[in-house]
Design a protein around this ligand. Structure first.
Ligand SMILES: [Zn+2]
Length: 153
């Protein structure tokens, strides 16, 4: 099934899909596993500077996994160049890979996207992406790692 903005709003109102598994750690444990920038973005809901992330301009084939728990989040086939300076995608790799939360910080009403397995902050989603889904997942490079060796999965 292809997710649309209506599905995203439904998730923020009625609850998110159930993930395949959960990974939970303390703030101290995450801090020990991550670089300071990865920790700031994923666990403290930070945003990296546009065009600064290592994955912005990479279009190699593979899967983008959560930097915290290594769960696959996005496939390279649905990555697109949005010109925003952040990696951008039109769909999640699986319907239950991503969690959607209404975000009213900074005087805006936005939808935050998180890893549904470990609650890592990934970025935000907007209804101005390319057809057919019309979705734009705007994701921090620091929240992901690209796994180009997906053959034996
Ligand atoms: Zn995760």
């Amino acid at each position: 099934m292809m997710l649309t903005w209506k599905n995203v709003i439904d998730y923020t109102v009625n609850g998110n899909p159930t993930p395949d598994k959960r990974v939970e750690k303390t703030e101290k444990e995450w801090q020990a596993l991550l670089t300071p920038e990865q920790f700031r973005v994923t666990r403290l809901k930070g945003t990296e500077a546009p065009h600064s992330g290592a994955l912005c301009t990479i279009y190699d084939e593979g899967q983008y996994n959560c930097i915290c728990c290594n769960t696959p989040l996005f496939d390279s086939s649905i990555k697109f160049s949005s010109g925003t300076g952040w990696p951008s995608f039109t769909q999640p790799i699986k319907e239950n890979a991503i969690k959607y939360i209404k975000d009213t910080t900074h005087g805006m009403i936005r939808v935050e996207v998180l890893c549904n397995t470990c609650d890592a902050h990934l970025g935000h989603i907007f209804p101005d992406g390319p057809e057919p889904s019309g979705l734009r997942y705007c994701i921090n490079s620091a929240s992901m790692q690209l796994n180009t060796d997906t053959n034996n999965e």
